[in-house]
Structures are given as C-alpha cells and as structure tokens.
Design a binder for this molecule. Structure first.
Ligand code: FES
Ligand SMILES: [Fe+2]
Length: 364
C-alpha cells in the first residue's frame, strides 16, 4: 500500500524525546529521533551506512549520533562528521535526514520530498490549542498516552468519520441508545470531510453527564472533522434542549474537541496520538485526569474492534462487503486519500529538477 508522503506526520510526543536516542518506525521507515543541545529535534534514518547497525543502538554525543559498532558519527543533517581510525570521512558516509518540526506538543516528521517540507503546512485548524496555554486558559487540555494499534491507519480514520459506531462500541462513555437510529450527514469541502449528527432532547453521553449534571434531557452534537490523510477532530458536546446549533451556541454548552493524530507505522499498524480540549473546568487537573481515563477506556474499545478487523482482513471469508448508509464518510475519505496519493505519485513520475542537498531541519 502506498502512503501519502508529502505531509507532516506526528512521530512522537515532545516529551518522548528526552536526552537520548529514540527509535520509531513511520511509513515503514525506521527513524532515530533526538534533540541537539539547544533542544531542537532531529530525525535520521535509523541505519548506519557502514554495517547497518540501527543508529538508535549507539550514543548521542553533543549534537551528533555515534554509531554503537565502530563509531561513525552523524550530525542532525545526516552528514558524517567523524570516522574513527582514519583522517578522511568516506564521501558516501551520510544518512538520510528528515525535516522535523515541533508543534502542538508533538514532534512532526515530513517523510516525503524534503524540498517540499514547509512549516506553513503544519496542522493549523485548532485555534483552541493556543487558548489552552497560560495561567487562565479558555480551554482545558488533557493528553492521552502514546497508543499503538495493530491496524492499518485507514481503519482508524474511517472509525473517526463514523459517529454511528459510538452507541455500540462505547456505551459506558460516549454512546447512548437514543442516537442509534439517527442518520449522519456527510459533507466535504475540498479534501476536508465533516460528518455530523444531532441527537435532540435525549440523555447526555455518560462522559459529559458527569460534568454537566443536567437534570433532564439535552441536545447533543457530534461533528467529526477529518483532515486527510489522518488527522481527526471530533467536536462533541451538549446543551439544554432547543438551543441553536451555531458554533457560538455550542461554545455555550459543554464542549470537547477530541483530537486524533494517526501515523502509519506499517501497512498493518499505527501510532496514535490524542488529546482533548474542553471548555469547562479548564484548570482542574482532576478533571483532566478523569477525561483522559474515560478516553483511555473508549479508545481501548476502538482498538479491540479495529485490531480484530485487521486480523480478519488476512482471511476475510467474505466475497463482497455490504455498504450501509453510515458508510458515506468512510467511502469519501478512502476515495479522497486514494486520489491524493495518486496525484502525488503522478507528480513523482514527471521529470523534475535534480534535488539539491539541503539543510533538512525546518525551523519553526
Ligand atoms: S556499523 Fe556503524 S560504524 Fe560500523
Ligand atoms: Fe470510537
């Protein structure tokens, strides 16, 4: 399977990069990530060009990585700066360096053409993140733990344009029986997908009722935004029945933006980074802890379903899969990502000017 390459993918939480070497495979490519002495992140292919020992088995020496076998040493741009036992560094001794940026508390890597890496293309559809910083934030933030899922990333993204699964997979946290028969609406603007559903005058989701403590029914919304190939923001919440459906009206209710960043590890496994932004109890660490705990439960439920589907795909025993009305988001998403990948591949096969060797670290 081909992946979209010319885009930013999250490789790690910022705090996963400490003062040593950190190995992580993305899009099937093994990376070694580290910080230089100024704290700037860097990413190299995790292979020594001498005997292929993964560089992550070596040591970080200042701003450079020393191979753990014979000490070839590479800087953050992948250039060899030392070859022990000889005066001259072999001209071919270099390692591929990946453009890197730090954004939204995470380290992002650009696995495609380094010439096209541009921090202006980092995900910028989350103004609430900036409003969640500082001493009196308008939005509260809780971050989930790094989550590994043994399923193709598109199984995860189609789960994130699918409000209909919530009643069946997450009855204790996010779902309620009242939503089951309400159809979803799918719209698309450019490459961005939006799948929505309003469930009117019915009980709140368990996760919100804990904080909203509404005496009776609520109107609840689910807005599933998907930014291809693999970033999802689920805007959900509740307010008193009969209120408007506008953005301002939703802000007046209890509102959570559940943010998901999915990075293919391989064709059958995915790195999953997630956090939530909420407009209530913004500075209460106990509420942050509780929301994280509830989403850990919910996402473990998704993980169990998706890993079982990934396993079943190896031996489907089914000739043709049934399509349901709720699949409109998934169909559009897969079609959109397939087109983006085809366009990228078509552009690759066109004659281009020779790539120059560039400083591949993008300042941000
Ligand atoms: S394998 Fe890296 S220096 Fe020999
Ligand atoms: Fe789910």
């Amino acid at each position: 399977m081909a992946f979209l390459r010319n885009c930013w993918y999250v490789a790690a939480w910022s705090e996963e990069l400490g003062d040593g070497l950190f190995a992580r495979t993305i899009l099937g490519e093994p990376l070694v990530l580290f910080r230089d002495r100024a704290g700037r992140p860097a990413a190299l292919l995790d292979r020594c060009p001498h005997r292929l020992l993964p560089l992550s088995k070596g040591r970080l020496r200042g701003d450079a990585v020393e191979c753990g076998y014979h000490g070839l040493t590479f800087d953050a741009q992948g250039a060899c700066v030392r070859a022990p036992g000889q005066d001259r560094v072999p001209p071919k001794a270099c390692v591929r360096a990946y453009p890197v940026a730090e954004h939204l508390g995470m380290v992002w890597v650009w696995p495609g053409d380094p010439e096209r890496a541009d921090t202006a293309l980092l995900f910028d559809k989350l103004p609430q993140w900036a409003l969640a910083q500082g001493a009196t934030p308008a939005w509260g933030l809780n971050c989930g733990p790094y989550t590994h899922v043994r399923a193709n990333y598109q199984l995860l993204t189609e789960n994130l344009v699918d409000p209909a699964h919530v009643s069946f997979v997450h009855p204790s946290t996010l779902g309620t029986a009242a939503m089951v028969d309400i159809p979803v609406e799918t719209t698309q603007v450019g490459d961005t997908l939006l799948v929505t559903r309003w469930t009117l005058d019915s009980p709140a989701a368990p996760i919100l009722q804990r904080f909203g403590k509404w005496p009776g029914n609520v109107d609840r919304w689910q807005y599933y935004w998907l930014f291809p190939p693999s970033i999802a923001v689920v805007d959900f919440g509740s307010h008193t029945p009969g209120m408007a459906h506008s953005d301002a009206a939703r802000d007046a209710g209890l509102r959570i933006h559940s943010c998901h960043f999915l990075t293919p590890e391989s064709e059958t496994s995915t790195h999953y980074f997630w956090f939530q932004l909420r407009n209530f109890a913004q500075t209460d660490p106990e509420v942050s802890r509780e929301i994280t705990e509830q989403f850990v439960i919910a996402f473990a439920e998704d993980k169990a379903v998706l890993e079982a589907i990934q396993e079943a795909e190896a031996a489907p025993f089914v000739q043709e899969r049934v399509k349901l009305a709720l699949d409109s988001g998934s169909v559009r998403l897969r079609r959109t990502v397939a087109r983006m990948i085809a366009e990228e591949e078509a552009a690759l096969s066109m004659p281009t000017t020779p790539a120059r060797t560039a400083d591949s670290t993008v300042a941000h």
